[in-house]
Design a protein. Structure first.
Lengths: 461, 116
């Protein structure tokens, strides 16, 4: 219990300190807790720790980490303010105390507001990913919410837009049938599904249904009774869908490039942790045409690590090409890379071995959360199936988005698979069920667990 | 010549250098040694200890040795730290500076007792 409390206190320290000395600080706490038993020694220990945190926290936040100890992604620092100390004398204890308290308040405020900003900013980013995806005819629009979102977004539909009337229901049904016949990869199955839906309508099975979300769920189930394809969906969205998907205009591309530049292609953090464990925190899989060089630089940075951790806990997916590109570093020969969005072709093998790469035989850990989505799940799924990585964390979100998106009206749309990708592992991938981790722990504890696993593994070798 | 980060040498850093004279120690052993040599007046918390260790490492005053176990404390491997010759030199000159100060204090008879 008290160790957990101290681990929580340690989280207040900046990541460069935790990355380099977090384990040792915790070890020191364990040592003292073991040797200082009893009420008064324990009280003194905690007073020491609290005083220590008050004194050392502001100092750590003012410290500019030296690249030898912990190097964050270099581009990440561009444009960010840096802090230098002009005075070398130690501040008075009173100043330190008030400084410490003020830092705590400021950090908490920053953390809360960043979370808010992140929440409101994420739809724009996903839409961007969608815009990128529209280039390939067989690629799905990843801007579409998860299938599960349809039901949750629908409450209460009657109060929002009134109940669905028969005319609207018929239009949606006709749209569904037309799209199925025109686009579904298996023509016979498409015809059977269309006939079944038409028959249900004829028998009046939908007459009592006024709830749009329930209608979408029912039709999806009835289509899948004919062909058990989890990539085939009819979705209802409470907010009106855009008329046209955003095209690949030069302005859109320029904006995307600028966003990627500002976000260092979403490589949030690169570090070499103690025991020479490489750590890559990646928050999307950006377009390799824009981000190939930063991606190569990131992999070069961790090239001499003895083990590698990919942190995908905040990764919402992106371009399958980048998923495959990064996957290529983990093999010394071309491996079949399953992608439900593409037909199986000679492009479906990784470009391994990557010249100069040392990571092909190193232990790999991938950190997951319930927010790990779409392309990030492909990375997890393929590495798990190929037994090339240990997944640590939570079951992923379950978004495959491998059907091509077709808008039916302002509130309904369909995901329809138009390609047949060979899945050598199982008839189902992660669509709707997510990827199960090998080691199930809370996302917040995933890094600590993976580090322990990696250290044990390296000790044995 | 650029000003060194540890100039003047903070007392924490000086105590750590003194603790490392004679043997290589890991973090917890340094903490205990410092407590012992200051008669428990200075108990270094992890934040202060490791930020001082980092500053000393960056200045080349101490160095890291290969991690190994401490048989008295269990099987966990620990990072050990060693005094470098630059660290020893700095500790000596700091001790000399304090001895000079002490001489002045003694001459001005502000110290009680005979043995200081």
């Amino acid at each position: 219990m008290s160790e957990k409390l101290y681990a929580w206190l340690l989280r207040l320290y900046p990541s460069h300190f935790r990355g380099t000395y977090g384990d040792e600080a915790l070890q020191l706490f364990r040592d003292r807790a073991r040797d200082e038993k009893g009420f008064f020694p324990r009280l003194r220990l905690w007073l020491d720790l609290l005083f220590d945190a008050t004194v050392s926290l502001p100092r750590e936040y003012l410290h500019v980490p030296s690249p030898r100890v912990a190097a964050p992604a270099p581009q990440r620092l561009n444009g960010l303010p840096a802090f230098y100390v002009f005075q070398n004398e130690s501040p008075r204890p009173g100043a330190l105390l008030s400084g410490g308290l003020l830092s705590l308040v400021a950090l908490t405020t920053c953390w809360v507001s960043l979370n808010q900003v992140h929440r409101s900013a994420s739809p724009a980013v996903s839409q961007f990913a969608g815009a990128q995806n529209d280039r390939g005819s067989s690629r799905a629009d990843s801007a579409q919410p998860a299938p599960g979102a349809a039901a949750s977004a629908a409450a209460p539909p009657a109060a929002q837009a009134g109940a669905m009337d028969p005319a609207e229901r018929k239009r949606v049904l006709a749209g569904t049938i037309a799209n199925l016949k025109e686009h579904y990869v298996d023509r016979d199955a498409a015809q059977k599904m269309a006939d079944t839906l038409a028959l249900h309508e004829k028998h009046g099975d939908y007459n009592a249904l006024a709830d749009r979300a329930a209608f979408a769920v029912l039709l999806t189930r009835q289509m899948r009774e004919i062909t058990p394809d989890r990539h085939l969906t009819l979705d209802y969205f409470q907010d009106p869908l855009p008329q046209q998907p955003i095209g690949q205009t030069p302005e859109v591309l320029a904006r995307y490039r600028e966003t990627m530049k500002q976000q260092n292609c979403t490589f949030e953090k690169l570090e070499i942790l103690p025991r020479n464990i490489g750590y890559v925190k990646l928050n999307s899989f950006p377009d390799p045409e824009v981000c190939r060089v930063p991606a190569m630089a990131a992999m070069t940075y961790v090239n001499h690590a003895d083990a590698l951790i990919f942190d995908l806990r905040d990764n919402r997916g992106g371009e399958p090409a980048m998923v495959q590109f990064l996957g290529g570093y983990l093999f010394d020969h071309p491996e079949y890379w399953y992608n439900p969005r593409e037909n199986t072709t000679e492009q479906s093998w990784t470009r391994s071995p990557v010249p100069g790469n040392n990571l092909a035989d190193k232990p790999v850990y991938v950190l997951t959360s319930a927010r790990t989505f779409s392309g990030a799940e492909q990375f997890c799924y393929d590495l798990k199936m190929l037994k090339r990585a240990t997944l640590v964390g939570e079951t992923t979100g379950g978004a495959a988005h491998s059907g091509v998106w077709h808008r039916i009206n302002d509130h309904f749309g369909m995901g329809i698979p138009e390609v047949r990708a060979i899945n050598p592992y199982s008839s189902n991938d992660w669509a709707e069920v997510g990827v199960e981790p090998d080691v199930k722990v809370n996302a917040a504890d995933a890094l600590e667990t993976a580090l322990k696993l990696a250290k044990n593994k390296l000790k044995k070798n | 010549m650029p000003k060194r980060k540890l100039d003047p040498l903070p007392s924490t850093a000086f105590q750590i250098l003194l603790a490392l004279v004679g043997e290589d120690l890991h973090g917890y052993a340094i903490m205990r040694q410092v407590a012992e040599q200051t008669e428990n007046r200075m108990r270094l918390g992890p934040g202060t200890l490791y930020s001082s260790i980092r500053a000393l490492l960056e200045e080349g005053l101490i160095e890291e040795c290969d991690p190994r176990e401490d048989a008295r404390l269990g099987e966990e491997r620990r990072r050990y730290y060693r005094l470098t010759s630059a660290g020893r030199k700095l500790a000596r000159s700091e001790a000399q500076r304090l001895a000079d100060l002490l001489r002045v204090a003694r001459a001005k008879k502000i110290l009680r007792g005979r043995y200081v």
